[in-house]
Design a protein. Structure first.
Length: 276
């Protein structure tokens, strides 16, 4: 969508981490009137400073989301930041709209849930846009990005691990694997990227490589992979020295901090272009 009207309205469904805040800053600078639906269990309070309106909801309050957007006259929205799946078991407070949607689901896979929400919004006149449509420089490039350049051994693990990560992602299990000496040490599941890094690094000898990818045929409206300074901090503590991410499809959060920390912690960060 081109922003022909400086006061164009846009909805932002804000989840966990710095990505919602960074994207909100980009959108407001571009002239959008931003109406935010924020998740109480996930979203940082700083988002309120950038939004024209902010509606705070618990995970599962889909009716409240629809009411907030339709009341503000929003017809397009963007997802930014994950809602950790653990909240579906710990803090899930579905309203009647969510209960009706859940009863329609054939399974509880991430994509199934998200596509159901996208469809619900569409049925109510709201189109969900690509997460990367306005991301610009936040998207990872190809080749060496930050930190020391990888050596031959590291490139060998990257070449081995990238197909493994894509295979796991295709099964909708997770999007991260940890490898060392061309052996898989850990696979991300419901626990999330950081816990997978901790497990994998703990099994290695300080030379593990973390690989994070998009799913094959990734739906860019949600669940685009992302890394940030916290990723590097977790890697350093776990004994991982290389991070390989999928170029063009991975968001780099807080890029300036990310670059500085990669140098400080001596972690190699590279982008890899994956053939589709």
């Amino acid at each position: 969508m081109t922003n022909e009207n400086a006061a164009a309205k846009l909805g932002l469904i804000a989840g966990y981490g710095a990505f919602p805040l960074e994207l909100a800053e980009i959108l407001v600078a571009a002239g959008y009137e931003l109406h935010v639906v924020a998740i109480r269990e996930e979203t940082g309070r700083e988002i309120e400073k950038l939004a024209t309106s902010t509606t705070w909801l618990h995970v599962g309050q889909l009716g409240g989301m629809l009411k907030a957007f339709t009341g503000a006259g929003v017809t397009e929205a963007i997802f930014a930041g994950k809602v950790r799946k653990l909240h579906l078991f710990r803090n899930f407070l579905p309203d009647m709209v969510a209960i009706r949607e859940l009863m329609r689901l054939p399974d509880r896979r991430d994509d199934t849930i998200m596509l159901s929400i996208v469809d619900l919004l569409a049925r109510n006149g709201i189109t969900v846009l690509s997460q990367v449509a306005h991301a610009g420089a936040m998207l990872a490039g190809d080749g060496h990005l930050y930190g020391p350049k990888p050596g031959k051994e590291q490139w060998a693990d990257i070449a081995f691990g990238m197909p493994q990560a894509k295979g796991i992602a295709a099964l909708d299990i997770g999007q991260t694997v940890v490898v060392q000496e061309q052996a898989v040490l850990a696979v991300e599941a419901i626990e999330g990227t950081d816990e997978a890094i901790k497990r994998g690094g703990g099994l290695g000898n300080g030379k593990a490589t973390v690989l994070k990818v998009a799913k094959p045929k990734q739906d860019l409206r949600f669940d685009v992979p992302a890394i940030g300074p916290d990723t590097l901090t977790t890697m350093h503590a776990a004994g991982c020295r290389t991070l390989a991410i999928e170029a063009g499809l991975t968001l780099m959060i807080e890029r300036h901090r990310l670059a500085a920390l990669a140098g400080e912690l001596k972690i190699s960060v590279v982008g890899v272009r994956v053939q589709s």
